[in-house]
Design a protein around this ligand. Structure first.
Ligand code: G4P
Length: 528
């Protein structure tokens, strides 16, 4: 690709992840988006829970069926001239640090909320990471076809709990069984839930928001009520601000129903109007790498171990930050300064799929990996010698004590532990007095993968003793007195030797703060 072709290709990329609490409708909305993109032909392909067909792993199945994109974790489609990459953020029992790290590889996020439930815990956690990155966040209030909470309530809660300005792009006209449509503030029209007798779905409105021409809805009190709310919002609420949206300080809010495919198209099209093209990335040396730069560069944000013992290979997911990815290219792995020929040492995942043949900045590629890569690694072509900024450390919430089952096999136990911790599979802590190993994770899956890989890759059986959920808070070593530790706040060191307490619960943390008001406790969600 020459310079202009590359710039055109890069600038049409839109890469995002959907953040939501389980069951809010992430799969359903993804499926509708894929329908618009022509990737699948009928709804129910991604997920047919009821028929039980694809209950186990939605993304794997859709991948098998249609061979979409690079892997099941990234879905790609074209719409209105844009190439869209949706990155899956595993939830449920698959929640792990990788879920958070995936958010490091996107340029924007879509937050799907169940309008009957409002902001739920997992949404809040994922939102926090997006907020830290300052990326644009778009909100979709889902399930309007069911009785939901009052829209005003939902907006107020969103602003309060997430500390972000909300700007409603449209407003429900009724809900549940009484759902009539949406007042589309952004596009100055009414979008009907069901097409009217004339086959119309969109009705034009005048400057006062009144429907132009004759229409049944005009006289309905439900419409006038919605209009009143909209007028109130426009007068007293936040003003639409594209700059704030770009910085993640304001979230455009869309209402709709993914299941009945209502409001999803409007959402997608407005999203494309405001979602950013691939962003520049900063290196540790404070250099800024622009996505349209000719030399290729990218970083590893996730490594997926194969749980099938016959296939020990892993897949390293790379976010391309600049240039173009080419199958046979030679790259340098910055950490080791070793050259890798991607065609030989690794294999491109999606062999015959044209979508990934031309992967450029903004896209994600999956590489078969035999152990070369670690999370956070940078690869590049040419003589750049760059290392992108560190990926953040996320505060673990679940802990286990871990020991080798066979005390005679300490060597392989230590080796495996060291490597898996370095790779970012789990986080390691040591208790102060007894020097026991404690592992921390954000999801149970991480422990399971750890145990599996210890056995299969390092021939080490491990015993894990669950400690449950804890609140990890770091403490300034200067202020530390080991006597502060108790059974309710276990003192441990992280892998850099920094001390922290694992509090049994919020009550224990509060009690500690009251007893030692001068002690500063910090949560880690940072790149140090
Ligand atoms: P997730 O990926 O975020 O976990 O959610 P998913 O799309 O699987 O949706 C969870 C459930 O909510 C699904 O029901 C789905 O059909 C339903 N759902 C999603 N969007 C809407 C919507 O706009 N309106 C309504 N009424 N339902 C919606 P399910 O698989 O049948 O589970 P269940 O409801 O039988 O438990």
């Amino acid at each position: 690709m020459d310079k202009t072709e590359l710039a055109t290709a890069v600038n049409r990329r839109r890469t995002f992840a959907i953040i939501s609490h389980p069951d809010a409708g992430k799969t359903t909305i993804t499926e509708q988006l894929l329908l618009f993109g022509g990737v699948i032909r009928k709804a129910g392909t991604v997920k047919g829970k009821k028929s039980g067909q694809f209950a186990k792993s939605d993304w794997m199945e859709i991948e098998k069926q249609r061979g979409i994109s690079v892997t099941s974790s990234v879905m790609q489609f074209d719409y209105q001239g844009k190439r869209i990459n949706i990155l899956d953020t595993p939830g449920h029992e698959d929640f792990s640090e990788d879920t958070y790290r995936t958010l490091m590889a996107v340029d924007s996020a879509v937050m799907v909320i169940d309008a009957a439930k409002g902001i739920e815990p997992q949404t809040k956690k994922l939102f926090k990471v997006c907020r830290m990155r300052g990326i644009p966040i778009f909100t979709f209030m889902n399930k309007l076809d069911r009785d939901s909470r009052e829209p005003m309530d939902l907006i107020a809660e969103l602003e309060d709990l997430l500390d972000i300005e909300a700007y409603p792009m449209n407003w429900p006209i009724g809900m549940g069984k009484g759902l009539e449509g949406l007042y589309d503030i952004h596009n100055q029209r009414v979008e009907l839930y069901h097409e009217d007798e004339q086959g119309q779905r969109y009705l034009p409105v005048d400057a006062d928001g009144q429907i132009i021409g004759d229409h049944r809805l005009k006289q309905e009190s439900i419409y006038q009520q919605a209009l009143e709310n909209v007028q109130l919002l426009l007068e007293a609420g936040n003003k639409f601000d594209a700059d704030k949206i770009a910085k993640g300080e304001q979230t455009p809010v869309f209402f709709g129903s993914a299941l009945t495919n209502f409001g999803v198209k409007t959402f997608l099209e407005s999203y494309l109007d405001y979602a950013p093209a691939p962003a520049a990335h900063k290196t540790q040396a404070d250099q800024v790498i622009t996505p349209t730069a000719q030399e290729f560069s990218g970083f590893v944000f996730k490594i997926q171990a194969n749980m099938n013992p016959n296939h020990r290979d892993r897949i390293a997911f790379i976010r391309i930050c600049s240039g173009e990815f080419d199958r046979g290219m030679d790259v340098t792995l910055q950490r080791t300064q070793r050259k890798l020929r991607l065609a030989n040492s690794t294999e491109f995942m999606a062999d015959s799929r044209e979508v990934v043949e031309t992967a450029v900045a903004g896209d994600i590629v999956g590489l078969y990996d035999t152990g070369n890569f670690q999370i956070g690694d940078t690869i590049y072509t040419g003589k750049q010698n760059i290392q992108f900024e560190n990926l953040p450390q996320f505060t673990p919430e679940l802990f286990v004590k871990v020991t080798a089952k066979n005390v005679m096999k300490q060597k392989s136990f230590h080796k495996g532990m060291e490597q898996l911790v370095q790779e970012g599979a789990v986080q390691l802590y040591r208790t102060y007095v007894t020097n026991d190993y404690v592992l921390g994770a954000v999801g149970q899956l991480q422990f399971e993968v750890f145990q599996f890989r210890m056995k299969n890759e390092y021939n080490s059986d491990v015993v894990m003793e669950p400690m449950g959920e804890k609140i990890a808070r770091w403490i300034d070593p200067e202020q530390l007195d080991e006597k502060m530790s108790s059974s309710r706040n276990l003192l441990v060191r992280d892998r850099n030797g920094a001390p922290l307490f694992l509090f049994e619960n919020q009550f224990a943390e509060r009690w500690f703060k009251q007893k030692y008001p001068e002690i500063k406790l910090t949560e880690k969600l940072s790149t140090d």
